[in-house]
Design a protein around this ligand. Structure first.
Ligand SMILES: Nc1nc2c(c(=O)[nH]1)N[C@H]1C(S)=C(S)[C@@H](COP(=O)(O)OP(=O)(O)OC[C@H]3O[C@@H](n4cnc5c(N)ncnc54)[C@H](O)[C@@H]3O)O[C@H]1N2
Ligand code: MOO
Length: 267
């Protein structure tokens, strides 16, 4: 290694190997950005913790464990995981408390057009903007800076697949930026293994199994593309970005593919 050579560029994620290189080149300390401290909030009176029995109309709460794991896998520290009900007044108090002890808040559910959209009802008076994004899944989204510390709040939709996709699209790049990194996402050009239809006017983010075959990344969207099909989400190892102006892709068409950083089992 030459004298004066750049050994670790700014924005590099510190890991066991970079620490070894720093030490080996005589650096006892490194200037770093801390991991963002994130609070996860799930909303909905119908949600019951996994492990507890369900009554009619109830479902098991799964977004908080998913979003917490996704935040950790991106390098953030999860400082709170809270299940909130559908009451807007107590919700504002909860967000105030969380904002005093974290760098970002990620909520799920309560952002759309229903009668009990607690996140939207509570936070739109507090500088959080709620919009419809031309994407599927993940159309209803909220974002803004909350309170005197201007803590970013990501208000994601509640359907579990929508929540996961929204995390990948909006939250993961933000966490990366908060850590001073350049966004680490493996984007490749894939070739469709079979045809896929897509809604007109919306960017579709389809879940797919992408495998290297004969020098190309061959993309096969999973069968169930519904926003609540968690089992099909687990089968995917990638997200396929179908542009808003495409109503369908044919087998053999090229497409942008995001390889997931922690792919599940490939069937
Ligand atoms: N009138 C309309 N209603 C809806 C529309 C629409 O355009 N017009 N769009 C639908 C779509 S698509 C989405 S996305 C949503 C999502 O809105 P919300 O996030 O406000 O919906 P929620 O009721 O809170 O949740 C949706 C669904 O997901 C379940 N959920 C919520 N949180 C969790 C969690 N932590 N773990 C597991 N499952 C969760 C919840 O029980 C609902 O079944 O709006 C649609 N409606
Ligand atoms: O806009 Mo929703 O996220 O498709 O289920």
């Amino acid at each position: 290694m030459a004298q004066g050579a750049l050994v670790i560029p700014a924005g590099t994620r510190v890991n066991a190997r970079t620490l070894a290189l720093a030490a080996a080149t005589g650096h006892p300390t490194l200037p770093v950005r801390p991991r963002p401290r994130v609070a996860i909030v799930s909303t909905g009176d119908e949600l019951i913790p996994p492990g507890e029995p369900l009554s009619p109309g109830q479902i098991h709460e799964s977004n908080s464990v998913m979003l917490a794991a996704a935040c950790r896998s991106r390098g953030a520290e999860v400082v709170a995981t809270v299940a909130a009900g559908d009451e807007p007044e107590s919700f504002v108090g909860l967000i105030e408390d969380l904002a005093s002890e974290c760098d970002a808040i990620v909520s799920s559910g309560g952002v759309s057009m229903g009668a009990y959209d607690v996140v939207k009802a509570a936070l739109r008076e507090h500088g959080i903007e709620f919009v419809q994004v031309a994407m599927q899944p993940g159309k209803p989204q909220g974002f803004g800076l909350f309170g005197e510390h201007r803590v970013p709040v990501f208000a994601l939709p509640g359907n579990p697949v929508s929540s996961f996709v929204s995390f990948e699209v909006f939250v993961a790049p933000a966490l990366e930026a908060m850590m001073g990194g350049t966004h680490e996402r493996r984007v490749v050009t894939g070739v469709m293994g079979h045809a896929l239809t897509s809604p007109r006017g919306k960017t579709q983010i389809a879940r797919a199994v992408t495998t290297p075959e004969g020098g190309a990344w061959v993309v096969n969207p999973v069968v169930g593309q519904g926003s609540h099909f968690v089992a099909d989400l687990v089968r995917a190892n990638s997200l396929v970005i179908v542009p808003a102006d495409a109503e369908s892709l044919a087998a053999g068409d090229e497409v942008e593919v995001w390889l997931l950083s922690d792919p599940g089992p490939i069937p």
